[in-house]
Design a protein around this ligand. Structure first.
Ligand code: FAD
Length: 486
């Protein structure tokens, strides 16, 4: 019988393709390198230790290591020693137990959509959780999934039953584990919170190699350290996600505002009224040097019911002559962001969160100071309306004000221009400092150079919580990925 890896390739073929198999690799405990020769097969206490048998595959070839020294940012390239494509949760546990014993550093990885090496590990092992992709069950109010499942795959399955996760991000090609490790925010956050607020239970493998089920009522400390925990205490392997009724369609009103303060003030009112299901803002640079302020306000509906356009638009302060209305089925809308990353363009994106009304002055300054650093440097600013009281997970560091805005610069640089990347990173760092100085916070998917002292600032009063959880669940500091917090 042919044994299948989780991505469908027969294990024998995978082994042949790489010229290695887990049984033929040993770890040299003295040098910290792998041994793949016949010596490995006869490892017997000579300083070589055989690896556990994996249900999936362990890859140490140069091409795979190069592939995992990449991410959407195309800025950081940290070569791992090896990549584990697990065939089971047991594999994740086996790898972490082995890593703890030998001081190997591990990072959990989804699809690598982060921008600054957060899912990379220098001279350690990447565990590619995206290979675990079983949807175990979907009931009327909950999905039980391996977290390697992408949100688009989950949504496709839930929509068949007229259901959806309450909070989606703009782009939905990330893994469930990838966004639960950071937060997961989008145009629904002002009503539903972040994706981490809509999780009922997790299964995680701690840095100590323990498989633990945790929730608000069961090992809450671990649950809260895993959600938005950047993979620092545990690798998330499975999650129970809340589901709600999905609409068949959404009508989106594209509202243009003469200035940003008018738009943000309007947004705070709309949040309180719960007038729309979806709200997202943009500042878009124009060729004449001016910026346009666009608010997308969406209303869910399922025919034969129809949104009442007049009621939804009543009393708004947009430039009405510029109004455009789009009406789409919900699946098309949820998939509106597609990425083509084949050109390998650097993406020095930054994501912050600012209190209202400080956001107005902050964006105004950005509009005056954000300049192209190279020919072909394209950028826009994204604004995500938030009601921070809906955020319930301590490691998700939003401003504790009544209203706040997620702020992101989506930037596309031409490939091969290191000087331009350096300038963009310096600008990001400046914005990080200014934002924190204004009572804002950082959403840690960004390309910003941070030191340990910055992480302490970032977590503020919650830093001790993370330190305690780390000491308890990952005392060997095995989970030591990109952010370099510990
Ligand atoms: C085009 C685009 C649009 C985006 N839009 C949004 C948006 O609207 N809202 C939003 O919130 N984000 C957005 N993001 C950011 C994205 O959601 C995050 O970067 C997310 O973490 C990426 O998921 P991933 O599966 O690719 O994870 P990766 O990039 O592989 O990993 C991200 C981080 O999570 C950790 N991690 C991953 N899986 C696990 C796991 N199972 N257990 C423990 N730790 C793990 C990694 O170690 C790393 O630190 C966008 C990104 C892109 C490229």
């Amino acid at each position: 019988m042919t044994e299948q890896t989780s991505d469908g390739m027969s294990r024998r073929r995978a082994v042949q393709a790489l010229g290695i198999g887990s049984a033929a690799i040993a770890f040299n405990t003295a040098s910290g390198l792998w041994a793949t020769s016949a010596a490995a097969a006869t490892a017997n206490g000579s300083g070589l230790e055989k690896l556990p048998r994996f249900d999936g595959t362990l890859h140490i070839d140069a091409a795979t290591r190069k592939q995992y020294a990449q991410d959407f940012g195309h800025i950081v390239h940290e070569y791992p020693l090896a990549v584990l494509k697990p065939g089971s949760v047991a594999d994740v546990k086996r790898m972490l137990v082995f890593a703890r014993r030998h001081g190997i550093r591990i990072v959990g990885r989804g699809k690598g959509h982060t921008t600054f090496g957060q899912a990379q590990i220098l001279a350690g092992v990447v565990i590619d959780i995206s290979k675990l992709q079983t949807i175990h069950s979907i009931t009327a109010d909950e999905a039980d999934v391996d977290v390697g499942v992408r949100w688009n795959a989950l949504l496709k399955s839930t929509l068949r039953q007229g259901l959806m996760p309450p909070a989606l991000t703009d782009y939905i090609g990330q893994t469930v584990g990838g966004t639960l490790s950071v937060g997961g925010i989008g145009g629904m956050a002002h009503r539903q919170g972040a994706q981490i607020d809509n999780v009922r239970e997790l299964q995680v493998v701690t840095g100590d190699g323990e498989l633990v089920v945790c929730s608000e009522t069961r090992d809450r400390e671990l649950f809260e350290a895993a959600l938005a925990g950047q993979g620092q205490v545990a690798v998330i392997v499975r999650a129970k996600i809340k589901l709600v009724r999905a609409p068949a369609r959404i009508r989106v009103f594209n509202l243009i505002y003469a200035d940003l303060p008018t738009m943000t003030a309007e947004v705070t009112r709309l949040i309180e009224e719960q007038r729309f299901d979806f709200l997202e803002g943009f500042s878009l640079p124009q060729a004449n040097g001016l910026w346009i302020h666009l608010l997308q306000a969406g209303s869910y509906y399922t025919p034969p019911a129809e949104p009442d356009d007049a009621a939804l638009l009543a009393g708004l302060h947009d430039v009405r002559i510029a109004l455009q209305i789009e009406d789409t089925d919900f699946w098309t809308f949820a998939n509106r962001v597609q990425i083509d990353d084949s050109a390998g363009q650097p993406h020095p994106w930054i994501d912050l969160m600012l209190p209202y009304p400080a956001i107005d002055g902050f964006v105004d300054a950005v509009e005056r100071t954000l300049k192209p650093v190279a020919e072909g440097d394209l950028f826009s600013v994204l604004l995500i309306p938030m009601k921070p009281s809906l955020f319930s997970r301590p490691l998700f560091r939003a401003p504790a004000t009544e209203h706040a805005f997620g702020f992101g610069i989506l930037r596309y640089l031409p490939p091969g221009n290191d000087e331009a990347v350096a300038q963009a990173l310096a600008y990001n760092r400046q914005l990080f400092d200014e934002c924190l100085g204004m009572g804002g916070t950082h959403y840690p998917i960004s390309a910003v150079q941070l030191e340990r002292v910055d992480w302490k600032r970032h977590y503020g009063p919650e830093f001790d919580r993370l330190v305690r959880a780390k000491a308890r669940h990952d005392p060997g500091n095995v989970l030591a990925s990109g952010p370099d917090i510990f």
